[in-house]
Design a protein around this ligand. Structure first.
Ligand SMILES: Nc1ncnc2c1ncn2[C@@H]1O[C@H](COP(=O)(O)OP(=O)(O)OP(=O)(O)O)[C@@H](O)[C@H]1O
Ligand SMILES: [Mg+2]
Length: 441
């Protein structure tokens, strides 16, 4: 395949999907004005750069993204939107996970399997990406892009096998879009969706590159750094996974130390459940109905709740005229939270030790550290990236902020900087040199 002028990377996230484009030569000639995070949502909206990873099967139609979540919430918990479906990427038997039927709360008609909804969501995502490209003055004239997607690196996973599957799913999604003809943003008729899926089963795969999420985060963080520091450690806490990577620099070359790469299956979603359980305990509700209602309420408001909790150390939620309040100390005392934090701390220290060894061997005395993903703001994550290595060599740790100055530029109307840590993977995936790809072109 001929190389094109721009590279576009999709970060299909457990909670939110994101995408960004960068010139193909960005790694060698970095210019922040030519890094283009794509507007996947409504321009000017708070979450304009994020697309909710959600599908809702309604009576006669399928809804996607924010519309799917809004509809599920309006129905008051009787039905649920399909979320976190990206976690199927971590299942060892991928084929089986894709062909699994869905519970009646998600698909009451019992006509779809997981694969169908994933393909339809990818079609919706691809449509949002095209709209984002059209809305971007620098990209709208481009005829095409080298495409990549980011995925977690599973230690024992078969990346090559998974990659072929994922390229097929993206290929089917493109075919579904063509078959449907119209827009998915407003939702799609169930019968029409089934017909489009049936016609798209043998579609050609979309040629794409695979970049591990941790590599992408590391690429974004290390690009454009004036001072070449020998080692960098990156911690990405999203909704579904927490990834750690170590990047090493030798002269002009940057490479990832693959043996330091770690992925944990606990992240934001897991913390959400801990917080929801703690809030339920505080509320002391007896009736099952009340408990379910509060659970739904807290999950629906979780992002804002966590943002306040992490930023101010305390957050509260109103339920039936009662204010239920939770402090960061309450969270930190919860055994489930402690178990996750301890496992993460252990993994982090192991990776930090790899970074230290590299820094010392290379003659350097400094490691840079950075946290990305939606969880980057969590106080325990910020504390973790300040951990000093235990081993010898008196190596200094320099923590960096995930949000660069240019994210505050007026053109982004203040909407980019707050979500920048979440966009780091899409941006890094678009910037990374080909050598950092785990598979594909
Ligand atoms: N400001 C914030 N403060 C606290 N938590 C936040 C904030 N913003 C987002 N989050 C949380 O971050 C998570 C989403 O982060 P992100 O977009 O990086 O995940 P993802 O890419 O969808 O997941 P994954 O990478 O695991 O597939 C959610 O759990 C969300 O509640
Ligand atoms: Mg992510």
């Amino acid at each position: 395949m001929n190389s094109r002028g721009w590279t576009l990377c999709v970060d299909f996230g457990t909670a939110f999907s994101k995408a960004a484009a960068a010139p193909a030569d960005a790694w060698a000639h970095f210019d922040p004005t030519r890094v283009r995070p794509l507007l996947l949502g409504q321009a000017g909206a708070r979450d304009a750069f994020l697309l909710d990873s959600a599908v809702f099967v309604d009576d006669a139609r399928l809804l996607f993204g924010g519309a799917a979540l809004a509809r599920a919430e309006a129905l008051g918990g009787k039905r649920a939107a399909l979320r976190s479906f990206k976690t199927i990427l971590s299942v060892s038997d991928f084929d089986r996970a894709l062909n699994a039927t869905l519970p009646a709360s998600i698909d009451p008609h019992r006509v779809f399997v997981m694969r169908d909804l994933v393909v339809l969501y990818l079609a919706f995502l691809s449509e949002a990406i095209d709209a984002g490209v059209r809305a971007d003055a620098m990209l709208s004239a481009e005829a095409g892009f080298d495409r990549r997607y980011a995925a977690p690196a599973w230690r024992r996973g078969d990346s090559a096998g998974l990659h072929n599957h994922v390229m097929r799913l993206f290929g089917e999604a493109e075919a579904v879009r063509q078959a449907l003809g119209g827009s998915l943003r407003e939702g799609v008729d169930i019968g029409a969706a089934q017909a489009a899926l049936a016609r798209s089963r043998s579609a050609a795969p979309t040629a794409m590159g695979l970049i591990f999420e941790a590599s992408a985060a590391a690429a974004y963080t290390s690009i454009g750094l004036a001072a070449a520091v020998p080692a960098m450690i990156v911690l990405d806490m999203g909704a579904g996974t927490t990834d750690i990577a170590v990047l090493a620099r030798a002269g002009a070359r940057t490479e990832e130390l693959r043996d330091a790469q770690i992925t944990l299956k606990q992240a934001g979603d897991y913390i959400d459940r801990v917080i929801a359980n703690l809030t339920l305990d505080t509320a002391r509700l007896k009736a099952l109905e009340d408990r379910s209602e509060l659970w739904r309420l807290i999950i629906a408001q979780m992002r804002d709740f966590k943002e306040t909790l992490f930023a101010e150390g305390r957050a509260s939620i109103r339920f039936k005229n009662k204010a239920l309040s939770l402090s960061i100390k309450d969270l930190e005392r919860a055994p489930d939270f402690q178990a996750f934090r301890d496992e993460l701390a252990q993994a982090y220290e192991q990776a930090l030790e790899t970074a230290r060894r590299y820094a010392v061997t290379d003659g350097g005395r400094e490691i840079q550290s950075v946290a990305v993903g939606g969880g980057a703001a969590a106080p325990f994550i910020q504390a973790m990236i300040r951990t000093k290595p235990r081993g010898k060599g008196n190596v200094k740790v320099s923590p960096r902020t995930a949000t660069p100055d240019w994210a505050h530029a007026p053109t982004f109307s203040g909407n980019l900087a707050p979500v920048f840590p979440q966009l780091a993977i899409a941006i890094g995936g678009a910037l990374a040199p080909k050598e950092m790809l785990a598979a594909g072109v």
